[in-house]
Design a protein around this ligand. Sequence first.
Ligand SMILES: [Zn+2]
Ligand SMILES: [Zn+2]
Length: 122
Amino acid sequence: MDEGVQQCTLVVVGRCQQTRKLFGVTFKLQGFSHWVSEWAFPIEENVDRKRERYVEGSVQGSFELVSGYPGCPHCKNPSIFQCANGHIACWDGHTLFVACPWCGSSGKLTEKIESMSKSSDA
Ligand SMILES: [Zn+2]
Ligand SMILES: [Zn+2]
């Protein structure tokens, strides 16, 4: 199911909280189930997304945005969060009460991004 993508790289699709535009966050696998990102890029809604394989929804492992991470390509938010339904959105890094631009679900963030996709079978 990973045809066409290097095994050690994945792109997670996020949606900008401010502009509601899409962006991709590129993660590279460093070590066991530890994903590190130093890159995000805008995605045009009308681009043929079959060309690349994007992951929507939760991904197993831990996630880290390194200092070189450029922030949201649309509004420069420096971080990302994952809503209760597994959607990724940009995040300003300090607002605790957030609304998901995908599904509208809102809630208080209680965990840092590093644990956003910890496995539920733990
Ligand atoms: Zn944004
Ligand atoms: Zn959501």
